[in-house]
Design a protein around this ligand. Structure first.
Ligand code: FE
Length: 198
């Protein structure tokens, strides 16, 4: 372990001790939050998207209040920044970035992938979003508006992609299997052929 790691560990222990001493949180609450974050994965977001594709009432809730929709699926959201959901349509494609650091909807997608945290992604999503999407193999036709949305410490965003053609009548579980984490950030779009190897 490097000196800076020892230093940051000391800082963490001291801060945790202070928060508990001041009655702002408890060791049990901290343990629960760590457990919840560790168990979150893109499967949660995929289940929400698949349900939105098959349940109009849930879709309306998800677009109006992402936090409430996540809680309706038993995803723990207490104490977390609100979750906003951006709907992709034939007219608008949404792309999520945190230009400042790496704010990510962890409760519904798990830990952010390495590329989301990279300076290259954060800069290029703003400077040249269409070029960035092309490198992912995602072609957004010129007539479709590209909206880049900044995720922050105060508000986390996920994308509700369009349901792929050719999936009529599919059950939600099968639809969820088509979704990759990038589909819910807007770098990729789901297709009926399902996730491709990375
Ligand atoms: Fe951030």
């Amino acid at each position: 372990m490097s000196d800076s790691q020892v230093e940051s560990d000391r800082l963490l222990v001291a801060l945790r001790g202070l928060l508990v001493a001041k009655g702002l949180t408890t060791p049990a609450e901290i343990a629960e939050r760590i457990r919840s974050t560790d168990t979150a994965s893109p499967a949660r977001g995929a289940a929400m998207v698949a349900r939105a594709w098959t349940d109009p009432e849930f879709r309306a809730l998800m677009l109006a209040d992402g936090t409430a929709a996540a809680e309706a699926m038993a995803i723990p959201m207490r104490g977390l920044p609100p979750l906003g959901v951006l709907e992709n349509t034939p007219e608008v494609h949404n792309l999520v970035v945190c230009t400042l650091c790496s704010c990510y909807p962890r409760a519904v997608l798990g830990y952010p992938p390495f590329w989301f945290k990279s300076a290259a992604y954060r800069a290029r999503a703003v400077r040249d979003p269409r070029g960035l999407l092309e490198e992912w193999g995602t072609v957004v036709p010129p007539a479709v508006k590209l909206r880049v949305v900044d995720s922050t410490a105060d508000y986390r965003w996920m994308v509700l992609p369009m349901r792929p053609a050719g999936t009529e009548g599919w059950p939600a579980e099968q639809l969820a299997g088509l979704l990759r984490e990038g589909d819910m950030i807007g770098v990729t779009v789901p297709t009926a052929t399902g996730p491709q190897p990375a």
